[in-house]
Design a protein. Sequence first.
Length: 370
Amino acid sequence: MKITDITLDRLRLELNPPFHAAWDPEPRRHFDATIVRVHTDEGITGIGSGDLMDGFETYRHLFVGEDPLQINRHVRAIETANFHGAYYWPLEAALWDIIGKAHGRPVSELFGNATRKLPAYASSGELKSPAERVAMALKARDAGFRALKIRIDRDRIDEGVAAVRAVREELGSGFEIMVDLNQSWRMAGDTAHASDLAKTRKTIARLAELDVFWVEEPLPYSDLDGFKRLRAENPGVRIAAGEMHHSPTELLRHLEKDTLDIYQMDVVLAIGMHRARTLAELAQLKNRQFTPHSWTNGIGVLANLHVAAGVGGGPFFEFPYDPPGWTPERRDFMLAEPVRVNSDGDLEVPDKPGLGIELDEDAIDRWRIK
């Protein structure tokens, strides 16, 4: 089998009303997605998405004419291209889609086949008042979710803690709550300093009293000693991070220094499926957990799901969900059907070969950037 071409569909969905992402100083008035298609001489086409693949045209020649099944070679080639350009991990997802289709099996089976479904948590994206967050939490519970992640702004700590307290009081101890402080990385142009260690220690101590399941991205990735201190001082609160960490060697340092309870590297934005699998299994050997970040679109959700289900990730899987601002319909506008949880709040691995992606070609034509 040979790769005959790699094509990109660049899409833009206008967002009206805008989506006010907690980690972005600017309201999002559109949602961009790049669909990667890897074509082969045997008629199998692999599909991937995630990173926007800016500048990939320069590196297409590194892959066209090669055997798509030689995944180790392609991962190494993608890493060399990443060094000079963007992060081209959606290409790897498309290659795994081909491998699964060629063998007639879901990709998760090739990654270990540990489970066929994972409990999903509703991952909120906007900052909301305590009353608004309670209303959303009730909707999430009614939809089957058994856990919710709440964002807290570094400059609005009291309001964020109040939202967590309100959800805890309304939904009780049987409903898990995670908190994301969004301090490990920054959007382009956001030059504000991260919350310092002293302030973060106080915040986590307050959250520990509300029995949160984990606190996510509390410090910049470089502050390994700070992460260790947070874990030591708050033994009842798990510390999670790593979603946008692009360096496997730096993630290995976190593993070696035992800084985290839960590793969250995204397979289509950060380090790819193959490397995520390796690091996830190393984390599990240290009795730590892998729960990947999945805030892209439904294709990215599925790529992360296949790796997590393959290695036995958990204890929950991230499902971007914060109606009315962020819904499966908005997130998955390029798919024939949005990815959804089942009535028990589990996200099931599609039983189709590959990643199980079904595109809506009419939607792609409609939203393609001309």
